[in-house]
Design a protein around this ligand. Structure first.
Ligand code: F2N
Length: 696
């Protein structure tokens, strides 16, 4: 069982081959041997997950094969797991590579890899390269090369990029007394680690390697209405269901991606850790070639699953606003019928056959998630009686969705806005106590110190798109770095802004994807107090906002206000002092860029006073983030822009010659997240090593 859990924790299906494994093994093993292979692979993963402070050695991995005949396959599996970053990643002590079987040869010039950016993706990549180069030192020796040097170029004077735990400086706020000498910090950027139990690689780093303390967010969050009273839970649930149904109706217009081929082992045997008795003599490839002429089974259609389950129901997470898949009834049901089953009373002349007519909104060339959902909400108004409070509630959910996408939902693609839904992992959301930034810092120093040049802003990258000649990186301070391989983790916002020049210009497919993808703004207002006046046992609470003309039942009138301090985090547990953090999402995120701190703090205080009474004091210290004006970010994170194409994130990830791309905006499975950024760093490290050593 531990092997099964280890595979799941490593984001691998314990019972089926990953597409890469399939590509490596299809000519070498038979269908029946897949079971044996998976048992070996899951066993290696178990060794790793049981103690991720120390990397698994090749000998240990090979020992997972029960039979000598499988040693070679186990060794290949080990190579794949190491190179792809499924084991031996992060801040682990790394076992030495193969013993040199040839004499050490005279070495040629040492190659250089330059990584631009010391955020999670850049540091993740540099650390992984460092570790891979150690593990494959002998292979480099065979090529008469010393393992390459890695240099990280960072424009800021600090590490972590969009993970920024800003220290609360007691000298600036003399009233934060008693805290002098202690390191208190607040998260100005990425903060929440989602699905911490199983699958999130940050779990291994935070818990398994760095042993950082963390706080699991308590998910229940009260929503307060504008009069300061908690919203009736039942009403809240009804509105949320209606909102989710609007999102589901949009899912008919979603991008469809082809399901990937699944080569499975025998589940029962794998569960028991037993291998298949028979061996099978034809390789997977032979069998496939023999059956290629046979007609393929038709793809599974929504209807064939029966009317009761929907394949892609959508709802948004309360703490993060991110879309996730939940079992639900399909949008195919008539809206009025669904509304009634949610507990709504239908208007007098409406019966269960009445439906929404979203056709015109959805088929318009300029259709966006916002235009269609706004239309759906407006049409629901004709089926059931929606009050002004219902509109406030509905727009709180819109704000929450806009928060996770860092933009107004009229700037989101109807087909691709939730492309990553379904990839979420199990477990609570957590926050690192004492600062999330300790994770990138940990990568920078352990197990050995990386060569990181801070205050080194890159302004120009001259590269060879054919990958034959080396690259030249010019920095703002006049320094020049020659590199054989370049990894860019430059944020999408900076790429859009054009402040880093590529010579030659990036290929057109990439510049078009840069244009189509979105890069919006989420900002935070952080308020430090000398005592807590809120419920210390609640981590999150929401505040409904009114449009400029109060009691409006017009959806469009809510956009500018709904994201203003709509969601609050009590981060005292992780900061060590009484701190509240309010989100400015959607249009509000953008407005924050050119609003004055005093006005924002006054507005936030006003929102708090409605809930906690007029005694709410002025904060002793406050911080307002402005990620849009930040020269090294130019916004908060990427999103599915209105005209995006299904493979835009993959296009962002493609290398051009020896110029590689990592960063949050190159992850099609976990964009806009810290763990997603980290995984792209691992991916690119694997690509770079593959270019140097060739495939496994
Ligand atoms: C250069 C140059 C140059 C640049 N020369 N160096 C909740 C949960 C999950 C996902 C989302 C959310 C909601 C959002 C949220 O509240 N989080 C959040 C996030 C970002 C920001 C800005 C805010 C305000 C809030 C949040 C979260 O809780 N949980 C997450 O998992 N992610 C969250 N994000 C997004 C992540 O912070 C972000 O995706 C990730 O950190 C990006 O990492 P990358 O490595 O891709 O980029 P970055 O850290 O910007 O590193 C690039 C580096 O390059 C940076 O150090 C620059 O200074 C540097 N650089 N130009 C040299 N010319």
């Amino acid at each position: 069982h531990q092997c099964i859990t280890a595979a799941e924790s490593s984001r691998l299906n314990p019972y089926a081959l990953h597409p890469d494994e399939y590509a490596i093994l299809r000519e070498h093993i038979s269908h029946t041997q897949v079971t044996t292979y998976l048992n070996i692979r899951n066993g290696i993963l178990r060794l790793w997950i049981n103690n991720p402070r120390i990397g698994v050695s090749r000998d240990e991995a090979v020992g997972c094969a029960k039979d000598e005949r499988w040693y070679d396959v186990a060794s290949v599996c080990y190579d794949w797991l190491v190179r792809s970053g499924h084991i031996n990643f992060g801040a682990a002590e790394i076992p030495a590579g193969r013993k040199p079987h040839k004499e050490t040869k005279p070495l040629r010039r040492r190659k250089t890899v330059a990584v631009i950016g010391a955020g999670m993706s850049g540091l993740g990549c540099a650390r992984q390269l460092d570790s891979l180069f150690k593990q494959y030192a002998n292979e480099f020796n065979d090529m008469e090369q010393e393992p390459p040097r890695i240099i990280v170029l960072e424009g800021r004077d600090r590490l972590g990029g969009r993970v920024y735990s800003r220290a609360l400086d007691s000298s600036k706020s003399p009233r934060i007394l008693g805290f002098r000498g202690h390191r208190h910090s607040v998260e100005c950027g990425g903060m929440i680690i989602t699905g911490f139990e199983r699958g999130n690689p940050l779990n291994i780093l935070v818990r398994g390697q760095m042993a950082l303390p963390y706080h699991a967010l308590r998910p229940d969050a009260i929503l307060y209405d504008t009069n300061g009273k908690a919203v009736d839970e039942e009403r809240d649930r009804m509105v949320e269901k209606l909102f989710n149904d609007c999102l589901e109706r949009v899912s008919d217009y979603k991008f469809k991606s082809a399901p990937s081929k699944l080569i499975e082992g025998n589940k029962d045997l794998i569960d028991e850790g037993r291998d298949s008795a028979s061996e099978g003599h034809k390789s997977i490839a032979d069998v496939e070639e023999a059956t290629a002429a046979l007609p393929q089974a038709p793809p599974i259609s929504k209807q064939s699953l029966g009317p009761q389950v929907s394949l892609v129901p959508v709802s948004t997470d309360r703490a993060t606003g991110r879309a996730h898949v939940e079992p639900g009834t399909p949008a195919a049901f008539k809206a009025a019928y669904k509304a009634r089953s949610m507990g709504w009373t239908l208007k007098e002349d409406i019966n269960e056959d009445n439906d929404l007519e979203l056709g015109t909104a959805a088929k318009a060339t300029a259709a966006t998630l916002g235009s269609v959902v706004d239309e759906a909400i407006n049409q629901y108004k004709n089926l059931v009686d929606l009050t002004a409070q219902d509109f406030r509630l509905m727009n709180w959910h819109v704000a929450n969705l806009e928060y996770s996408n860092a933009t107004n939902y009229h700037q989101l693609s109807i087909g691709g806005w939730d492309l990553d839904a379904g990839n979420e992992w199990e477990g609570k959301h957590t926050m690192v106590i004492g600062g999330f930034q300790n994770v990138p810092l940990g990568l920078a120093i352990a197990p050995s110190r990386l060569d990181i040049r801070k205050d080194t802003a890159v302004k120009k990258i001259l590269y060879d798109p054919e990958g034959m000649a080396g690259s030249r990186i010019e920095c703002e301070d006049g320094s020049v770095i020659e590199a054989d391989y370049v990894v860019s983790t430059i944020p999408l916002g900076v790429l859009k802004h054009g402040s880093v020049e590529f010579q030659p210009a990036l290929p057109i497919e990439k510049t078009e994807a840069i244009d189509r993808l979105g890069f919006g703004i989420l900002n935070k207002i952080i308020l430090v107090y000398d005592h807590a006046f809120w419920d210390p046992d609640a981590d999150i609470f929401g505040c409904l906002r009114t449009p400029l003309s109060r009691h409006s039942l017009k959806q469009s009138e809510y956009a500018s206000q709904r994201g203003r301090c709509f969601q609050w985090f009590n981060v005292s547990n992780t900061s060590g002092i009484p701190v509240l953090l309010a989100l400015m999402a959607g249009d509000a995120g953008f407005d924050t860029e050119h609003s004055k701190n005093d006005e924002l703090v006054a507005e936030a205080t006003e929102v708090l006073r409605r809930v906690f009474g007029i005694k709410v004091p002025q904060p002793v210290h406050s911080i307002v983030t402005r990620w849009g004006s930040d020269k090294f970010a130019r916004g908060s994170y990427s999103s599915a822009g209105p005209t995006m194409r299904i493979d835009d994130y993959q296009t962002m990830a493609k290398p051009v010659g020896n110029l590689f791309f990592a960063g949050e905006h190159t992850s099609s499975t976990h964009p806009a997240t810290v763990h997603g950024a980290y995984l792209t760093g691992l991916r690119v490290a694997s690509e770079v090593l593959g270019t140097m050593l060739g495939p496994i």
